[in-house]
Design a protein around this ligand. Structure first.
Ligand SMILES: Nc1ncnc2c1ncn2[C@@H]1O[C@H](COP(=O)(O)OP(=O)(O)OP(=O)(O)O)[C@@H](O)[C@H]1O
Ligand SMILES: [Mg+2]
Length: 454
C-alpha cells in the first residue's frame, strides 16, 4: 500500500520568494510541473537538464528507481542513507524529538526532506505546502552572531564521535539545520563577513550586511587525522594554479579542528545562486547508480551535447575538467567524483563553481586510489594491443577528448607540475598529519610526478 505524496518547490533566487512548481510522487513516478507565473520570470528552474527552456509547461516525469525516488536535483536535498551520515542523523533526531520515529527508506527520506529540504546549498527550497513555505520566508529570525557556547561544543563533539546522547542541546541551540550532502560532518552557518572570529549564527535567509555564509567542515580526527590542514593546503595550491577558490578559515570549534569555507552559492546580498552538481546533471539524462559510475572522458562529451548547455563556454569547461583531474593526481586526491564538481549560473552564464573538497585523500589508506573514475582508458588493454594504457598515454587520450591539442596539453601539464612542485615539502611541514599519512601521500605524489615529468 502506498499513498501519493506532494510537495512544493520555492526559490528566493529572484529576491522575492516565489513558487517554482509542484512535485508529485506516486509509487512509480516522480513528477514536477513549473508554475506559469514562474516560467514568466525567466529565472533558472530545477536544473540544467530539467530547465524551463526544455520543458516549459510540460510535466517532467521520471520513473522511480533504486537510486532516485525524486528527480536528481530534488534527491540532492536529502542526505544519503548511510547509518553514519551526520546530517541525516541530525534530522532524524530532530524528527524523533517531535515524536516522528521508526521510519525507514523513502518514508524517512520524505520526512527529512520536509524539515530540512529548504535553506540549504543552492537555490531550491522544498516544502510540504505553500503555507509552510510562506511561514518560513515570512518569519526570519534576526541575523545574530553568538560566541560558541561551551556546552554546545561538548555535545557536538560527542555527536561527531557518534555518541548521540546530547544531540538535544545542539538542536535547541542551532535548530534543525538545512541539509548538506557528503560524507564529512558539516554545518551551514553564518559568520562575520570579515572572516572567522569565533562567532557563529544560523545561515542567512535574507539580505544580511556584514554577515557571510559558510560550510563548516569538522575533522574526524580518528578516521582522517590532519585532513583540515591537508584540505587547506590543497585549496592554496589550486588558488596558486589559477583556479577560483573560496575564502576559508581553519579554526577550532571548541576543541575540534574545523574548516570554515565561504559559500559560493550565495551573492554578496545573501541571495541564492543556481548551482547543481554534475552528478545531478548527468543523472538527469542518463541512468547513473553512483556519483563515481562515469568517466571523465564522458564528461567532455556531455559538455558537448548540442541541446544541453552544461556550461556556456564549452571549450573552457572541457579544459577545466582536464585541469582539475591533473591537479587531483598531482595533489594526491583520487576522490574527484561527480558530486565534487558543480555548475553555477549567474545571469545567463553557466560555468564550473569554485573549487571545493580538494582534500588529498590518498593520505588515508581507505581512500588511497589514483582516481575514483576512469580516464583515457588508463589500465585497459586497447583493441589489438597487449599492454595496458599507461598514465602518460591515458592523460594524452583524456586531453584529446577534452579538445586540447598537444601544445595545449603539454603547456597545462608543465604549468601544473611547476605549481605543485612544493607540494610534498609543504605536506611534510604540516603539524597535525601523522608521519605515516605524510609518507603515503608524498610517496604517491612523487611517483605520479616522476611518470608525468619523464
Ligand atoms: N564553499 C561552498 N559553497 C557552496 N557549496 C559548497 C561549498 N563547499 C561544499 N559545498 C557543497 O556541499 C557539499 C559537501 O561538501 P564537500 O564536498 O566539501 O564535503 P564532503 O562531505 O567531504 O563530500 P565527500 O562526500 O565528497 O567527501 C558539496 O558537494 C557541495 O554541494
Ligand atoms: Mg564532496
Amino acid at each position: 500500500m502506498s499513498t501519493d505524496r506532494e510537495a512544493v518547490v520555492w526559490s528566493r533566487i529572484g529576491a522575492i520568494p516565489a513558487r517554482m512548481g509542484r512535485v508529485y510522487i506516486t509509487d512509480k513516478d516522480c513528477r514536477f510541473t513549473y508554475d506559469d507565473q514562474y516560467l514568466e520570470t525567466g529565472l533558472p528552474g530545477l536544473g540544467v537538464v530539467y530547465a524551463p527552456e526544455h520543458f516549459g509547461k510540460t510535466t517532467i516525469t521520471m520513473a522511480r528507481n533504486e537510486r532516485f525516488d525524486l528527480l536528481p536535483p530534488l534527491q540532492a536535498l536529502i542526505p544519503p542513507r548511510h547509518a553514519e551520515n551526520f546530517q541525516r542523523n541530525l534530522a532524524l533526531k530532530y524528527l524523533a524529538s517531535r515524536g516522528i520515529k521508526g521510519l525507514t527508506g523513502f518514508d524517512a527520506d520524505w520526512e527529512i526532506l520536509k524539515v530540512s529540504g529548504h535553506g540549504g546549498i543552492g537555490h531550491l527550497d522544498l516544502f510540504e505546502d505553500d503555507d509552510k513555505a510562506r511561514a518560513w520566508y515570512n518569519n526570519v529570525p534576526p541575523q545574530e552572531l553568538y560566541s560558541i557556547p561551551d556546552e554546545l561544543g561538548f555535545s557536538l563533539k560527542e555527536f561527531i564521535t557518534w555518541f548521540e546522547d546530547d544531540i538535544d542541546v545542539l538542536i535547541q541551540t542551532i535548530g534543525p539545520t538545512p541539509s548538506v550532502g557528503g560524507a564529512i560532518p558539516k554545518l551551514l552557518l553564518a559568520i562575520p563577513a570579515s572572516g572567522w572570529d569565533g562567532r557563529i549564527g544560523l545561515p542567512t535567509r535574507q539580505k544580511s550586511p556584514g554577515v557571510t555564509d559558510v560550510v563548516l567542515k569538522f575533522e574526524q580526527t580518528t578516521r582522517y587525522p590532519g585532513i583540515i590542514e591537508l584540505e587547506a593546503l590543497a585549496m592554496d595550491l589550486h588558488r596558486e594554479a589559477g583556479f577560483d577558490v573560496p575564502r576559508y578559515w581553519p579554526c577550532q570549534f571548541r576543541d575540534m579542528p574545523a574548516l570554515a569555507i565561504e559559500r559560493f552559492d550565495r551573492t554578496a546580498n545573501n541571495l541564492p545562486l543556481m548551482t547543481e552538481s554534475l552528478f545531478s546533471i548527468i543523472a538527469s539524462g542518463a541512468p547513473l547508480t553512483d556519483h563515481f559510475s562515469y568517466r571523465y572522458d564522458f564528461l567532455a562529451r556531455a559538455i558537448d551535447t548540442p541541446n544541453i548547455e552544461i556550461v556556456t563556454d564549452r571549450q573552457a569547461g572541457k579544459a577545466h575538467v582536464f585541469q582539475r583531474l591533473v591537479m587531483s593526481l598531482l595533489t594526491g586526491n583520487g576522490d574527484l567524483h561527480l558530486d565534487n564538481l558543480s555548475i553555477m549560473q549567474t545571469d545567463k552564464v553557466r560555468r564550473f563553481t569554485p573549487v571545493y573538497d580538494p582534500a588529498p585523500m590518498r593520505a588515508y589508506a581507505q581512500h588511497d586510489m589514483l582516481s575514483v573514475m576512469p580516464f583515457g582508458d588508463y589500465g585497459d588493454i586497447p583493441p589489438g594491443g597487449n599492454t595496458p594504457v599507461g598514465l602518460v598515454e591515458a592523460i594524452g587520450r583524456l586531453a584529446k577528448n577534452c579538445g586540447l591539442d598537444k601544445p595545449q596539453r603539454d603547456n597545462t601539464l608543465h604549468r601544473l607540475l611547476e605549481v605543485t612542485r612544493s607540494f610534498t615539502e609543504r605536506v611534510n611541514t604540516l603539524a597535525t598529519v601523522p608521519d605515516a599519512n605524510k609518507e603515503r601521500l608524498v610517496g604517491r605524489v612523487r611517483s605520479i610526478r616522476d611518470q608525468l615529468s619523464g
